[in-house]
Design a protein around this ligand. Sequence first.
Ligand SMILES: [Zn+2]
Length: 274
Amino acid sequence: MKSYNLEAFVLRMRPLGEADRIVTLFSRERGKGHAVAKGVRKPHSKFGARLDFFSRVQLSLHTGRSLDVITAAQTVTSSWESVIDPERFGAASYVGEIVDALCEPDLAVEDLYDTVCQFQQGLCDKQADPELLIAAFDLRLLQALGLTPELDACARCGTGLGNRPLAGGRAVLSAHAGGLLCRTCSLQLTESERYADERSGVFSVKAAEFKALRALREAILGDAASLTSAAAGCSASSLHRATRPFIEYQLGRRSKSLTVAGNQQHALRAPKAG
Ligand SMILES: [Zn+2]
């Protein structure tokens, strides 16, 4: 049996049989993959507690016939203290979900691994706004997968934006087209494109938000000051509202983590009956 070591993030865990778990991992060398952790649901498991959700771990594995088997785990950096905060847990769940859903198995995406490391650093920094962090993460993930939203020229006809002001002080974006739409193209959308985009979202953002989205592409996720300066006074939720349709267009569905988190927040805010 061949053994090897791997540093990876724990994206997801599912129970298997009586005492085992299937762990979804994301590593620099191998991208997304699954492995079995045997006996980790027993109280005296040697390393079960280290296989925490969204922790960065150093693993030893044996190659198995169908799935590789984890034989040892050491924590590199834990997210445990951050993910006890519901909003940060929601952000980590969202990142886990979209990396799992949008990455091909066994395909290394080194840039994305570095971005996940930075995201974890940001998550542990109490100064960093979790929603701003995921807006920036969305842009980085799309970039790493070669799906960067076009924000410098019209995504449909290629006309450069240059220094021209935005029509009506707003930028029209389309997840279906892949980014910015110039005035001519936004007026020329066909019925079927409008229909496709009603689900994926043709939407407009204020000039300041558009500027912030462009700056957010370069922001350092692990540095709260860099994120805040890129956002330049725009609300984190308005920026995430603009990046989320691009992710959900690629997912082909709504994000489950955000839907659950949204419902929970809504339930917390909802006034009590009677
Ligand atoms: Zn155009």
